[in-house]
Design a protein around this ligand. Structure first.
Ligand code: UDX
Length: 478
C-alpha cells in the first residue's frame, strides 16, 4: 500500500520505517525542514536501537522516502498516519493544535479519497472532531475521508521491536473498508507473529524476542483512543503503587525488591512496572496521565486515584533530595557525580526525566556537578551548561562527595566499583533506581542509600582493604 506518515518524531519515524520494512511504499513528511533534510541524508535525529539500519536499508530499496512538501505527501498516500505531537498544555490537557493543522492540510490538499489514521496519542472523541474537521475543510466534494484510530504502544529503546513484534494491534474503526485496509497494512506483521511454530522475524533483528502471537483487537474509534490512555495511566499507577510500597518498606524494615518479586509472581499482578525509585518520566506517561485526568474531569468522572499517582511521582524527587541532604548535610560546594540522565535506559531522551529536576535542585543549592550518560549528555548539556560532562563513568567519581544513580542503565552494574571507591573523596552512593546490591556495596565500603531496601551499616574501617574492596565482582552480582 502507499502510505503517508505525517510527523517524523519517535512515533512517525518508527511507524514509517517499520511499515516500509514489511513491504509498503512509505513517504514521511514533517514541518521541520532541517529534520527532513538530515533524514534524506540518512541521519536519524534520535537514538533508537535498529532504527538507523532499517531506515537506511529501506531508503536504499526505495520503499521509504522523506519530503518537506507536505501537500505532495498527502496526495501520494492511500492511507495517512498522523504521528504529530500532542504535548501537554499548561493545564495538563493534550494540545491538539498539530492534529487540527494536519486535518486542515489533508482536507485541502487531498485530490482522492483517503483513510486517515490517528497514531498520535489523543483523548477519546478526538476522532469525531477529526472527522468533522476533514469534512468542513474539504476542498474537493468528491473526495471521501474515512477516519480510524490505531494507537501506538511503542516503548522508547525497544520501539522497533515493539512495532514488529507487538503484543496487540488495536484498530478503532467505524466502517468495513477502513478495517479491511488496516488489516492489510498490518497483515505482514500479524502473519509473521501468528506462525508460532516456525517463526521468522521479518527483519532478522539481533536478539529478537521469542515468537509470540499478536492479538488483533478491533474496536470503535472512541474505545481505541481510550485504550491508549487507560494503558499508560495504569502503568503509571503501578509504578506509583510500587513506590508507596517502597516507602512503607523503609518504615517497617521490609525489602521492596522481595515484596514486588513475590507480588509479581501472581499472574493477575505481574512483575513488570513494579520497580521502585525516582518514578516515571519521559514524554508519554506523565503527559498521558495528565491528559486522562483532564478528560475524566471534562466528562464529569472523578479520577482522583490518578491525581494521587501523579503526586506520588512528584514526591519521589523530594524524597530523593531529602536523602541527599540527610547524607551530605550541607549541599553547597559539594562535588557530586551523576550516573544517568536519560528518563530511562536505552534512550537519549531527557524529556520529563527525573534527572533534570534533581540537577536543577542541586545546582540551586550550590553543588558542583559532574555527569555521565551513554546517550543523553548532549541534550542535557544544552540545558545545564554549568554541569561538567565526562567521557567516562569513572570520571564523575573523581573527588566526589557523593555519587547519584539516576537512570537504570544496566551497564552501571558492570562498573568496577572498587575503582570508583578509590576515586571518591567520600564513598557515598545514592541509588535512585535500586540498581545495585546494597550488601555488596556496603561490603566494598560504601555508604549506600536507595529506595525501600534495608539500610546496611558500612563495615568498620579497620578491616583490611582487600576485604573491604575485595572485587568489583561482588557489585556485579547486584
Ligand atoms: C510508554 C509506554 O510504556 C508505551 O507503551 C507507550 O506507547 C509510550 O509510553 P516509554 O515512555 O518509552 O513508553 O517508557 P516506559 O518504558 O513506559 O517507562 C516510563 C517511565 O517509568 C521511565 O521513566 C521508567 O524509568 C519508569 N519506570 C518504569 C519505573 O520507574 N519503574 C518501573 O517499574 C518501570
Amino acid at each position: 500500500m502507499r502510505i503517508t506518515v505525517i510527523g517524523c518524531g519517535y512515533v512517525g519515524l518508527v511507524t514509517g520505517t517499520c511499515l516500509a520494512e514489511v513491504g509498503h511504499q512509505v513517504v514521511c513528511t514533517d514541518n521541520d525542514r532541517e529534520r527532513i533534510s538530515s533524514l534524506k541524508a540518512g541521519v536519524v535525529p534520535i537514538y533508537e536501537p535498529h532504527l538507523d539500519a532499517l531506515l537506511a536499508s529501506n531508503m536504499r530499496e526505495n520503499r521509504l522516502s522523506f519530503t518537506d512538501d507536505a501537500a505532495e505527501a498527502v496526495r501520494s498516500g492511500d492511507a495517512i498516519f498522523i504521528c504529530v505531537g500532542t504535548p501537554p498544555k499548561e493545564n495538563g490537557e493534550a494540545d491538539l493544535s498539530a492534529i487540527d493543522n494536519v486535518a486542515r492540510l489533508i482536507a485541502t490538499e487531498a485530490h482522492s479519497s483517503k483513510l486517515v489514521i490517528e497514531k498520535s496519542t489523543v483523548p477519546a472523541q478526538t476522532g469525531q472532531q477529526l472527522k468533522r474537521a476533514l469534512s468542513v475543510y474539504r476542498r474537493h466534494p468528491a473526495v471521501e475521508f474515512r477516519v480510524a484510530s490505531n494507537p501506538e504502544f511503542l516503548r522508547e529503546g525497544t520501539a522497533v521491536e515493539d512495532f514488529l513484534h507487538p503484543d496487540r494491534v488495536v484498530l478503532g474503526v467505524e466502517d468495513e473498508k477502513s478495517e479491511k485496509e488496516l488489516r492489510e497494512i498490518y497483515h505482514p506483521i500479524l502473519e509473521a507473529t501468528a506462525e508460532k511454530t516456525n517463526f521468522r522475524c521479518p527483519v532478522h533483528l539481533s536478539g529478537c524476542p521469542p515468537a509470540k502471537s499478536a492479538q488483533l483487537v478491533v474496536t470503535t474509534i472512541n474505545s481505541a483512543e481510550l485504550i491508549k490512555h487507560a494503558s499508560n495511566s495504569f502503568l503509571a499507577l503501578k509504578i506509583s503503587y510500587a513506590n508507596m510500597i517502597a516507602d512503607l518498606c523503609e518504615k517497617v524494615g521490609a525489602d521492596v525488591q522481595e515484596v514486588v518479586h513475590a507480588m509479581g509472581l501472581d499472574p493477575r499482578i505481574g512483575r513488570q512496572f513494579l520497580n521502585a525509585g525516582l518514578g516515571f518520566g519521559g514524554f508519554c506517561l506523565p503527559k498521558d496521565v495528565q491528559a486522562f485526568v483532564r478528560l475524566a474531569e471534562h466528562s464529569g468522572v472523578n479520577f482522583n486515584m490518578l491525581r494521587e499517582a501523579e503526586h506520588v511521582n512528584k514526591r519521589r524527587i523530594d524524597l530523593f533530595t531529602e536523602k541527599i541532604r540527610q547524607a551530605l548535610w550541607v549541599i553547597k560546594d559539594k562535588q557530586i557525580g551523576i550516573l544517568g540522565l536519560a528518563f530511562k535506559a536505552n534512550t537519549d531522551d531527557i524529556r520529563f526525566a527525573p534527572s533534570l529536576e534533581v540537577i536543577r535542585r542541586l545546582l540551586a543549592e550550590g553543588a558542583h556537578l559532574r555527569a555521565y550518560d551513554q546517550e543523553a549528555m548532549d541534550k542535557t548539556a544544552a540545558i545545564f551548561p554549568q554541569v561538567r560532562f565526562c567521557r567516562e563513568p569513572y570520571d564523575v567519581a573523581r573527588d566526589a562527595d557523593a555519587l547519584l544513580i539516576l537512570t537504570e542503565w544496566p551497564e552501571f552494574r558492570q562498573l568496577d566499583w572498587s575503582l570508583i571507591y578509590d576515586k571518591m573523596s567520600r564513598p557515598l552512593i545514592l541509588d535512585g533506581r535500586n540498581l545495585l546490591n546494597p550488601q555488596a556495596m556496603t561490603q566494598l565500603g560504601f555508604e549506600y542509600h536507595c529506595f525501600g531496601r534495608p539500610q546496611e551499616k558500612p563495615l568498620p574501617q579497620f578491616l583490611p582493604a582487600p576485604v573491604l574492596r575485595a572485587s568489583s565482582a561482588i557489585a556485579q552480582q547486584a
